[in-house]
Design a binder for this molecule. Sequence first.
Ligand SMILES: Cc1ncc(C[n+]2csc(CCOP(=O)(O)OP(=O)(O)O)c2C)c(N)n1
Ligand code: SF4
Ligand SMILES: [Mg+2]
Length: 259
Amino acid sequence: MSEEAKVVTKQRVAGRPKLLVRQTAGFVYCPGCHEPITARAIAEVLEEAGMGDRTIGVFDIGCSSFLLGLLDIDAVLTPHGRPPDMATAVKRIYPDNIVFTVQGDGGLLSIGADPLLGALTRAEKITIIMLNNAVYGTTGGQMAPTSLVGQKTTTTPQGRDVIRTGFPTHAAEMISTFKGTAYSARGAFNNPYNYERTRGYIKTAFQKQMDKVGLSFVEILCACPANWRLSPEDSLKWIEEKMLPEFPLGEFKSVDKIE
Ligand SMILES: Cc1ncc(C[n+]2csc(CCOP(=O)(O)OP(=O)(O)O)c2C)c(N)n1
Ligand code: SF4
Ligand SMILES: [Mg+2]
């Protein structure tokens, strides 16, 4: 083997971030679920910033709560919907640490709408990460505020009907309208390019918090093959064809100062 080839062979292109806990006793997530990818993105960003020992994650009840076991950082688990309240307290006690929440779309936009509104109104210097899988995943795929018009869920078996149940909530756009919001973006994990982009959004959101600008928010479109009743591959198509037209990706607000 030539010297050049040896270098290429040894070059490491991917690996497990140190803050990502090796799963030895089985993996709780369903095959094809995108939620655990969030842990990898967070671990990579924190490792790069050298902030692993100065970050506190606040986790909600829901499938996202299992991220707590994937990340080697300090963490709190709250009652359902309460992470913004808990994160407010934690951040005020540890103002120089990164404090973030991870919540489902149900946990943030319906059950937890009140804590969200409070944190937005007070312009808390926390980061909220919301996993949008268009259903209540944990409890069996009921309609969430983000369910698409016509989407069949266990509580809308004929499809979401706008007369009875209204329209999907666009969290990233809504949160960007609050004065106290420093950053709001929407990403997805449906392909490597979008993974990189979304990791960048998380990095920027944490940076806005470290710069003490205001509240930062990242919404992430996540496949839930188990409740969508699709294969992991067809779930990627569903994101591409159904979710992306309704929930466009990008940054909706990014400011360095709130005045
Ligand atoms: C106050 C309260 N209401 C309802 C529940 C039941 N519950 C647990 S998880 C969940 C839905 C979670 O859905 P979502 O937040 O979208 O997270 P996902 O599982 O989809 O990631 C519900 C309704 C609860 N535990 N506590
Ligand atoms: S129910 Fe859905 S969100 Fe929960 S682990 Fe399974 S695929 Fe993921
Ligand atoms: Mg959900």
